[in-house]
Design a protein around this ligand. Structure first.
Ligand code: THG
Length: 265
């Protein structure tokens, strides 16, 4: 599994304040904790600052990479913000995200082909949230075809089926799961990823729902998750499911995590 640590997001009050105060040490600590907990990428999102998003996202990229030699997941719906952040980024970033929306796809195609990067392809069509499995698969297929047509290797594409709250429509879990399975069946080698916490929006005991949804999604073929890797119960679910699905040779990752006290029941 590819783990994207989600905690550096200005939708969280402590992060918003740290960005406003240019508290580099705090941001670096949040990044280091996630890296130590097993994140493969550190997500950076400054989306709540409408006017200052570009400046703040660039500050986050430089701040985290000033003390941590680690790839980041550049998280913004704004193609200009992604282009600017990608110029500053050292190494191979993950671009979060591209979609079939016209104002995003056109400007982003030259950006994502300008250098090596992983790309999250959101199953979002022109101005409408997907509801059914078919809608998700249609948009995902169009994005895969566009990107591979531009020379992007299929292994660098992470399709995000777009998780919507189960409290709003009880079909939303199975719609996302079905899309994951169909997309990996139709496009061998492609990756899939999702943010977990939307599924439980509006319900009590959200962590239980998120953990179990992660296990289900992995069994449908999910290969990446945007999540809090410092949540020991969540990481315990991830590593045990990965092992049980035969994706952890010699059970090494599970045993290592146990020895490093990164998992617990
Ligand atoms: N897909 C893609 N990118 C995404 C998402 C997705 N990026 C943003 C988001 N969804 C994933 N990131 C976060 C970051 C932080 C939190 C949730 C998702 C978070 N949530 C707390 C909660 O839900 O209770 C808020 C409380 C707090 O302030 O800590 O922290 O789906 N491609």
């Amino acid at each position: 599994m590819i783990i994207v640590g989600e905690k550096i997001n200005t939708s969280r009050r402590i992060i918003r304040e740290a960005v406003e105060n240019r508290d580099a040490n705090f941001i670096i600590k949040v990044a280091q904790d996630q890296a130590q907990a097993g994140a493969n990428y550190i997500d950076v999102n400054a989306g709540t600052f409408v006017d200052k998003e570009i400046e703040n996202l660039c500050w986050l990229v430089e701040t985290v990479q000033s003390s941590l030699d680690y790839p980041l997941c550049l998280d913004s719906p704004n193609p200009t913000a992604l282009a600017e952040a990608m110029k500053l980024h050292k190494g191979e970033p993950m671009i979060n995200s591209i979609s079939m929306e016209e104002d995003r796809l056109g400007p982003l195609l030259p950006v994502v082909t300008s250098g090596p990067c992983q790309i999250i392809a959101l199953c979002m069509g022109q101005a409408s949230m997907p509801i059914t499995v078919e809608e998700r698969v249609d948009v995902g297929a169009q994005l895969i075809q566009k990107l591979t047509g531009e020379g992007v290797p299929i292994e660098k594409i992470f399709v995000d089926p777009l998780i919507q709250p189960i409290s709003v429509d009880t079909n939303m879990g199975i719609a996302a799961l079905g899309a994951i399975r169909k997309i990996i069946d139709d496009f061998p080698g492609v990756n899939t990823i999702c943010g977990l916490s939307n599924i439980s929006f509006g319900l009590p005991e959200r962590h239980i729902i998120n953990r179990n949804f992660l296990a289900l999604a992995m069994s449908y073929g999910l290969s990446g998750a945007i999540m809090d890797p410092t949540d020991i119960k969540l990481t315990s679910t991830l590593l045990s499911i990965e092992m049980l699905l035969g994706r952890d040779e010699y059970c090494e990752k599970f045993i290592d995590a146990y020895q490093e006290k990164r998992i617990s029941g």
